[in-house]
Design a protein around this ligand. Structure first.
Ligand SMILES: O=C[C@H](O)[C@H](O)[C@H](O)COP(=O)(O)O
Length: 281
């Protein structure tokens, strides 16, 4: 049970949970796990909500599920706010009514995947290139549920040693790359311009910008300081660290599903074995 704390903005979240149950392991693919996390998140979508529709291979399952429930009449009057052109196209093809932040500046609930999730629910996002629209929509959401399979869990942001994306304007992108790398020299940072595998040309985001992928050898330390330092550089549009934005993270693993939710300054953790889950799983 959650215990109320009077402390203002503690540096870490307190964890409140019962011990994980001993669930029987099941044989599931990574895509099955993504789908399970997505379906569990969609249980929180209620009729009449404005819903942020995420981007990527995990969020795609959530969009499919919302459309299925709309078609079955189990959800009504949903307005979707897509976080990318790709998700917009998927939602249109499925008949989900859509809008945008100009018309619906407050989003009830956003559901999206992530590339990394740290123990405090900070994220890395944008390995698919959609970080800017995602951050605009998810920071305008009253609740933001992140859906991942267990491979996305890291001990600290950057801990996967995979890319931390930064969206930059195309003008003198190499100068921006050099300045970004120098900011994090202490963490053994290297950076590279993201390119399309097919033709070697610079990857272009939905907003007409480029992506610089940063890789860190070590922990970059204070995320807020790192974020401020990046955003102070002229020519930088946004970075893929989502600090303190997620309100819940649903992690699907072969031993069951873990739901981590922020309740005040606490992190509550619930566990589900597969025989506890509904909706066909
Ligand atoms: O730009 C892409 C988004 O941030 C995705 O949500 C993120 O990359 C996770 O994608 P996936 O669910 O495909 O691993």
């Amino acid at each position: 049970m959650a215990v109320a704390h009077a402390t203002i903005e503690p540096p870490t979240l307190m964890v409140s949970s019962a011990a994980p149950p001993l669930c029987p392991s099941v044989n599931l693919t990574q895509d099955d796990l993504k789908k399970i996390a997505a379906y569990k998140a969609v249980e929180h979508v209620k009729s009449g909500m404005v819903v942020g529709l995420g981007t990527g291979s995990t969020a795609k399952h959530a969009v499919d599920r919302i459309a299925e429930l709309l078609q079955q009449g189990k959800l009504k009057d949903i307005v979707g706010i897509p976080t990318s052109i790709k998700t917009h196209e998927q939602a249109v093809s499925l008949g989900i009514p859509l809008s945008n932040l100009d018309s619906h500046p407050v989003v009830d609930l956003a559901i999206d995947g992530a590339d990394e999730v740290d123990p405090e629910l900070n994220l890395v996002k944008g390995r698919g290139g959609s970080l800017l629209r995602e951050k605009m929509i998810e920071s305008a959401s009253k609740k933001f549920i992140v859906i991942v399979d267990e491979s996305k869990l890291v001990n600290y942001v950057g801990g996967s040693r995979l890319a931390m994306p930064v969206e930059v304007i195309p003008f003198c992108w190499n100068h921006s790359l050099t300045r970004l790398v120098s900011l994090f020299a202490y963490a053994g940072c290297v950076g590279e311009l993201r390119k399309y595998a097919e033709n070697g040309k610079a990857f272009v985001t939905d907003n007409g910008n480029y992506i610089i992928d940063l890789y860190f050898e070590k922990d970059i330390g204070d995320l807020k300081e790192a974020s401020d330092a990046i955003l102070r550089l002229p020519g930088i549009v946004e970075h893929g660290m989502f600090i303190g934005l997620a309100t819940s993270v649903i992690v699907a693993g072969v031993d069951g599903v873990t739901v981590k939710s922020k309740v005040g300054n606490e992190l509550e953790v619930d566990y589900f074995c597969y025989n506890d889950l509904r909706n066909g799983f």
